[in-house]
Each structure stands twice: as structure tokens, then as C-alpha cells.
Ligand binder design. Structure first.
Ligand SMILES: Cc1ncc(C[n+]2csc(CCOP(=O)(O)OP(=O)(O)O)c2C)c(N)n1
Ligand SMILES: [Mg+2]
Length: 364
């Protein structure tokens, strides 16, 4: 496949066979893999339910993640207490796996808050402004360093940051500034790029003349490409990169080579720009199917196990739908009031302007 390098780290083939890699080994247990399967399975169901909720008019918009579950859950396995994750806007599986209440994720896309929530102690607010979170993350990582939480002999006192961005975001000025700052300050940050081959309708071939991971070298830190649909490989590479960060060895760039089988958002129609056979080819690399194939192969799961998982997913679906009812819709005035601690002249003008616009729809 275009952009896929011979050096791409893979530990599980698309048909579920374990393969060795000279540098990376999966150190987890079968129980860890069962946990990853569960997280991927539930993450996928949550996403499907949220798309349906958007279609029912309950959410303003939703960015689907179908096919990116292994990239997110493999990365989640490498996050421990004291670490901090800065997501973009599609890390739903990871958010749930790290304990974020689903109401918070849904509320963001319903507009019941403007992203002012504290997600939890590990996982920050979603960022819709492309790439902005990379600057937040590098600044936070520099702060950890200044606070003496990096590179200590007592390994348990060290922390690191992981930040998510897309292939398209890697063309953004903010993101490139974040790479430069991270390198200059040797910041404890892992840039986790989910390369799904597209930035809405813009293919990766227009964004970069070389594989994305090779760019990292130009900034002065290692870049590595991993099969983003292989949860074992993603976990192994992410653990290595987070260890480097916490140890004080500086930033790493991970390119998780993957594909989102669904639309960019519920407002998008990829049939207008993506070839059907490309989507079909990636369906054959489905991250959940390949883990299921492997776990069946080693007799770690059977039909009953999968049936139980599906029942748990059904329950999660019920909870997802019910949780919409627990959200309190906000007025525009309330949303404007939450932007800054004190109102500003510009914000007040925008509030008035919006009110006039909204009032223009009122019947006489
Ligand atoms: C600063 C900014 N510019 C443009 C947009 C509109 N926009 C939303 S998503 C997107 C493409 C992002 O592509 P990528 O980084 O590959 O992320 P993906 O959604 O594919 O994971 C664009 C241009 C935005 N949200 N913010
Ligand atoms: Mg993309």
C-alpha cells in the first residue's frame, strides 16, 4: 500500500498470525489481549450508537472512528497514572478505556458545553481546531519537566504526555511549531499520528512526499511507523515511546498506519472522493477481526465469549442512549458566559450578533 514502509512494525498479520520483529516484542499477557478486545469492541459499539444518535437529531455532529480502535486501544495500554493524554476529536475508544464518562463525550457533540469540562486526570478536552492540542501538549510536557517529574532515578515518579493528531494536521503550522519546541526542549511527549490516509477529501499523497514518520528525523527525534490496525504492535511501540519520554530521552513520533472505514464526520459523504475498492481492501484489515482470529487460534476465546461481549455491547448501547436524557441543554447566553472568566468586548459583540441572528428566526 502507498505510504506503507518496509520498516512498519507489525506483530499480528491481517489474518491474525503472530510475527516477530527484530526490535519490538509484545510483552502483555493473553488477559491483556482479552481486555484490549473488550475495549475495542465496546468502543466500536459506542461509536455506532453515537452515529445513530446524531441521525436522530440528538447530537449536532459526530466524527466516526470505525477501524481506528486498535490504534487507540494499543496506545491506551501504554498510559499509566501520572501520564496525560491530549486528544484531537475522534479518540472515543481511548477516552472510554481511560475512564471518561460517556456523557462528557456526547455532551461535547450535543453542544451542552463548549468543551469546558475536565475530562479526567489523564484525558484532556477534545480539540476541534486542527492541531492546536499539540501545542498544549508540548507546553504541558515542558511543565512536567520543569516540575521535576521526568528522568528521575525512581522511575515511578516519572510522567509523560501523549498527543493525538491526524495525517492532515501534520501539515498545520501549529503542529510543526510543536515539533520544534518539543525537540528544542527535549520534552517528554509522544506525537501519536493516526494516518487514516485522508484529511476529509485530501489524500495523504498531497500532504507529504515521504512517509510521515520520516519527517520526524528532520525535527530531531525518532519517528516510527506502526501497523495501526495491529493492537499488539501499537501497544509495544507506544510503551517504548512513553518510556523514552518519562526517562527524559525526549519526544517520539509514532505514525499509526490505519484507515477509517466510516465518513470523516456525519456531515461528510466519502463516496464523493474515496474509491469503493480502497474501502473494501481496508475492511480486510479490520483490527477487531484480526485480534479475534488470533485469540481463536490460541483457544483464548470461543463463540460464547464473543456472545457475552456482544451482550455487554448491547448494554452499553442502552446506557449510551439513556445518557442523552441526562444531559442539560444550555442556552446560548450560558455558553458565551463560559468562554472566559470575565467577559470581553469582542465576545460581548459576538454574543449580541448571535442573538440578533437567532432572533431573526422568531415568528412575528
Ligand atoms: C484550524 C482548522 N482548520 C480547518 C479545520 C477543518 N477541518 C476539520 S477536520 C479537517 C481534516 C483533518 O484531517 P486529519 O488531520 O487527517 O484528521 P482525521 O479527521 O482524518 O483524523 C479539517 C481541515 C479545522 N477544524 N481547524
Ligand atoms: Mg486523516
Amino acid at each position: 500500500m502507498l505510504g506503507q514502509s518496509d520498516d512498519m512494525v507489525q506483530l499480528l498479520t491481517p489474518d491474525g498470525r503472530r510475527v516477530d520483529h527484530p526490535e519490538f516484542t509484545f510483552r502483555g499477557t493473553t488477559d491483556d489481549l482479552l481486555r484490549s478486545l473488550r475495549d475495542m469492541w465496546l468502543g466500536r459499539r459506542f461509536d455506532v450508537e453515537a452515529i445513530a444518535l446524531q441521525r436522530h437529531g440528538e447530537l449536532g455532529m459526530w466524527p466516526p472512528q470505525l477501524g481506528q480502535e486498535a490504534a487507540q486501544i494499543g496506545a491506551a495500554r501504554a498510559i499509566r497514572d501520572g501520564d496525560h493524554v491530549f486528544p484531537s476529536y475522534r479518540e472515543h475508544s481511548m477516552a472510554l478505556a481511560l475512564g471518561v464518562p460517556m456523557q462528557q463525550i456526547l455532551g461535547f457533540f450535543r453542544g451542552t458545553d463548549a468543551g469546558i469540562w475536565e475530562m479526567n486526570d489523564k484525558f484532556r478536552t477534545y480539540a476541534l481546531v486542527i492541531g492546536v492540542q499539540t501545542l498544549h501538549a508540548v507546553g504541558y510536557a515542558m511543565g512536567l519537566q520543569f516540575d521535576g517529574l521526568v528522568g528521575n532515578d525512581d522511575e515511578s515518579t516519572n510522567s509523560g504526555v501523549m498527543v493525538f493528531h491526524g495525517d492532515g494536521a501534520s501539515s498545520q503550522g501549529d503542529v510543526n511549531e510543536a515539533y520544534v519546541f518539543a525537540a528544542s526542549y527535549n520534552a517528554p511527549v509522544v506525537f501519536f499520528c493516526q494516518n487514516n490516509q485522508w484529511a476529509i477529501s485530501e489524500p495523504i499523497t498531497l500532504q507529504s512526499r515521504i512517509p510521515l514518520y520520516e519527517r520526524a528525523r528532520g525535527f530531531g527525534f525518532p519517528g516510527i511507523q506502526v501497523d495501526g490496525n495491529d493492537v499488539l504492535a501499537v501497544q509495544a511501540v507506544s510503551e517504548w515511546a512513553m518510556d523514552r519520554a518519562r526517562r527524559g530521552d525526549g519526544p517520539t513520533f509514532i505514525e499509526a498506519y490505519t484507515y477509517r472505514m466510516g465518513a470523516h464526520t456525519t456531515a461528510d459523504d466519502p463516496t464523493k472522493y474515496r474509491a469503493r475498492d480502497e474501502e473494501e481492501a481496508w475492511r480486510g484489515r479490520d483490527p477487531i477481526n484480526r485480534l479475534v482470529a488470533h485469540l481463536r487460534d490460541i483457544d483464548a476465546i470461543d463463540d460464547a465469549h464473543l456472545k457475552a461481549l456482544e451482550e455487554e455491547a448491547d448494554e452499553l448501547g442502552v446506557r449510551t442512549r439513556a445518557s442523552i436524557k441526562e444531559l442539560t441543554d444550555r442556552t446560548m447566553d450560558e455558553l458565551f458566559a463560559g468562554v472566559y472568566a470575565e467577559p470581553t468586548v469582542a465576545l460581548e459583540a459576538q454574543r449580541r450578533q448571535f442573538k440578533e441572528f437567532a432572533d431573526s428566526f422568531e415568528e412575528d
